[in-house]
Design a protein around this ligand. Structure first.
Ligand SMILES: [Zn+2]
Length: 370
C-alpha cells in the first residue's frame, strides 16, 4: 500500500476511532490502544495487531462469511469483506440490504436488477453471483471483484437507476452520497410497492407524482433555503449560527429534498436520514393526512419510546422533536423496515402505521393522487 494516508474518522460509541487508507479501514484507536486491522484479499478483517507489531486477534471465515475460527475478539464490528456486522440482529449491513452469513443470502430482494440480460442477476436474494471467494458487493446491489472494480458501477449505472425512479440531483453531491440516496429510494420504493401491489419503481413514481416532466429533486446546498429559513426544521443536525452547515436534511415539498450535509458516522445513518425525509415528502404528498391523524394520538407524540435502535444515535430516530410531522417521518422509517422498539410503544406505533397498507390505505390513496 504505497502512499498510505491515515485519515481519522469520527468515533462511534462502541468501536473507537477508525483510520482509513482510501475506503479500507486500516487501524482503530480504542480507549487503550492503537491497533492495526489486516485484511484478507476480500477486505475482511482477519488479523489485528498492536501498534508494537505484536499479534492481537485473528478471525478466519468460511466462504459465505460465517466465522470459521477466532482467537480473541476483534476490536471492530467491520468484519467479513469489511462490512459492518450488526451484532444485535446477527446480520451484516451491506449499505442497502442486510446479509445473513449463515444462509449466504441477502434477507431482502435486490430492488435494482444490475444486468437484465443475465439470469443469475434475477435471483434477487443471491450474494455475489454465488461466488463469495472471488467477489464482493460493496453497495448490496452489484458484484465487484476484490480490486473494487464493478464494471459500470459509477456514473452510468447511477444515471440509469436515477432515471428509473425519476430522481435528479443538483449541487455538489459525492458519488457515494448519491448512491446512498438511491439506496434509500429503492428501500422506500420496495415497501411502497408492497403496499400498493405494484413494482417499487412504479409505486415510488406514483406516490411522488414523478413522470417525464416532473422529477424528484435532491438538492445539495450547504446554504440551503429550507435550512436557512427554518433552521429548527432541519433534521438530525446541530444548527449553528445562521447557516445550516452542520444541519442535514430538509424536505421542501413532496418532490424536493435539500441536504446541507450528511452524517459522517455511518452509511446506515445517512440512508435512514434520506428515508426520514421521504417520510416527510410522503406526508406532504398525501395532504398531511398522516400528520393530522397522528396529531390526536397523544400516546404517540412522545419520544424516544417505541422506536427501534438507541435514542440519540440518529440512526432509527432521526429527529428529537415531538411534533406530529417529525414523529410520522421517524415512524415511516420503522414502517419501511418493519422494525420497532421492544417497549410497549413499539406495537402502538406499528399499529398506527397499518393505516399505510391495505386497499384504501394511505399508500393506495397517495398512488391515486394527481
Ligand atoms: Zn424531519
Amino acid at each position: 500500500m504505497g502512499g498510505l494516508i491515515l485519515q481519522p474518522n469520527h468515533p462511534t460509541a462502541t468501536s473507537g476511532r477508525f483510520y482509513f487508507a482510501g475506503a479500507q479501514r486500516v487501524a482503530i484507536r480504542t480507549s487503550t490502544d492503537l491497533k492495526f486491522l489486516l485484511g484478507d484479499h476480500l477486505g475482511s478483517t482477519s488479523v489485528t495487531a498492536l501498534a508494537s507489531g505484536a499479534f492481537d486477534t485473528e478471525t478466519r471465515y468460511y466462504p459465505w462469511g460465517e466465522v470459521r475460527w477466532a482467537s480473541g475478539a476483534a476490536p471492530t464490528d467491520y468484519l467479513f469483506t469489511g462490512q459492518q456486522k450488526i451484532t444485535t440482529i446477527g446480520l451484516y449491513f451491506y449499505n442497502s440490504r442486510f446479509y445473513d452469513a449463515a444462509l449466504g443470502r441477502f434477507v431482502s430482494p435486490d430492488t435494482i436488477i444490475p444486468n437484465p440480460g443475465d439470469p443469475v442477476s434475477f435471483d434477487r436474494f443471491a450474494y455475489v453471483r454465488n461466488n463469495p471467494l472471488k467477489y464482493i458487493d460493496p453497495s448490496g446491489h452489484e458484484t465487484c471483484d476484490s480490486d473494487g472494480y464493478c464494471g459500470d458501477y459509477g456514473n452510468d449505472e447511477l444515471m440509469r437507476v436515477s432515471k428509473a425512479y425519476g430522481i435528479t440531483f443538483s449541487g455538489e453531491w459525492s458519488i457515494e452520497h448519491k448512491w446512498e440516496v438511491l439506496i434509500a429510494v429503492s428501500i422506500v420504493g420496495t415497501r411502497l410497492g408492497e403496499a400498493a401491489n405494484m413494482s417499487g419503481i412504479e409505486a415510488f413514481r406514483a406516490v411522488y407524482d414523478l413522470n417525464d416532466s416532473n422529477t424528484f429533486l435532491f438538492e445539495w446546498d450547504p446554504n440551503c433555503w429550507g435550512c436557512r429559513e427554518y433552521p429548527e426544521e432541519c433534521d438530525a443536525g446541530t444548527i449553528t449560527g445562521d447557516g445550516c452547515i452542520s444541519a442535514w436534511g430538509y424536505t421542501n415539498n413532496y418532490d424536493h429534498i435539500e441536504f446541507a450535509s450528511m452524517s459522517p458516522i455511518s452509511g446506515l445513518r445517512r440512508v435512514n436520514n434520506v428515508i426520514h425525509e421521504l417520510g416527510h415528502a410522503f406526508n406532504i404528498s398525501l395532504g398531511r393526512v398522516p400528520e393530522e391523524a397522528l396529531e390526536v394520538q397523544n400516546d404517540l407524540l412522545k419520544r424516544p419510546y417505541g422506536f427501534y435502535g438507541i435514542a440519540g444515535q440518529f440512526v432509527w430516530v432521526q429527529s428529537s422533536k415531538k411534533t406530529a410531522s417529525e414523529i410520522f417521518a421517524d415512524q415511516f422509517i420503522g414502517w419501511v423496515y418493519g422494525l420497532w422498539g421492544s417497549d410497549e410503544y413499539g406495537p402502538l406505533r406499528a399499529e398506527f402505521m397499518t393505516s399505510m397498507d391495505g386497499s384504501d390505505g394511505w399508500v393506495d390513496r397517495a398512488v391515486g393522487l394527481p
